[in-house]
Ligand binder design. Structure first.
Ligand SMILES: [Fe+2]
Length: 183
């Protein structure tokens, strides 16, 4: 990532009871409403050389980000450990590759995936998804011309991100990042 700045949006009403932990549905609702804020989306600086981001205040103490993706950029395979989350494309189009399986959370370095666990979703502007704990995915902007912008929210705030490399069916744990690595 190559630039950052701070910003905030007001926490807004949530479907959950006051004080309750935000659910996947609450996070999806938040990213949908935030992506509809044209002024906020337009305020994100875009850099052709790398992703840009702005930290947002998510609902109920969740961690939220507005992220700009130049053409050809992606996250690589990772998960968000114990956090649930949601993200939604605000502009351009993103692709998500994910695994439709729950992996053993710890205690392994390489894992051979069974056949048929790969899923692929195209997320044009206005489309998003929520996900549960230990959701393994990569997100890409495959466009050769257009930036994409997306809104993300996680609860609890990301305790760690596990990064993987992938070679055919073999997933290999490469790195565990902690908040000090991205904040
Ligand atoms: Fe992710």
């Amino acid at each position: 990532m190559s630039a950052s700045l701070s910003s905030s949006v007001s926490p807004s009403a949530s479907a959950s009871a006051p004080g309750a932990a935000p659910t996947q549905a609450d996070l999806l609702d938040f990213v949908r409403r935030t992506a509809a804020d044209a002024e906020l989306i337009a305020s994100l600086p875009l850099d052709p050389e790398g992703r840009t981001w702005v930290r947002l205040d998510g609902p109920g103490g969740s961690e939220a980000w507005l992220i700009g993706w130049p053409p050809g950029t992606g996250t690589g395979w990772h998960d968000h450990a114990e956090s649930v989350g949601a993200f939604l494309t605000a502009a351009g189009e993103l692709k998500e590759n994910s695994l439709a399986t729950r992996l053993p959370t710890d205690g392994w370095r390489t894992l051979e995936l069974s056949e048929g666990v790969d899923r692929e979703r195209r997320l044009p502007a206005g489309k998003g998804r929520s996900f549960g704990r230990d959701h393994v995915h990569e997100v890409l902007n495959e466009s050769t011309e257009h930036h994409a912008i997306s809104v993300h929210a996680y609860y609890p705030p990301l305790p760690r991100i596990r990064r993987y490399s992938r070679s055919g069916p073999v997933l290999r744990l490469e790195q565990v990042e902690r908040p000090e690595d991205w904040q």
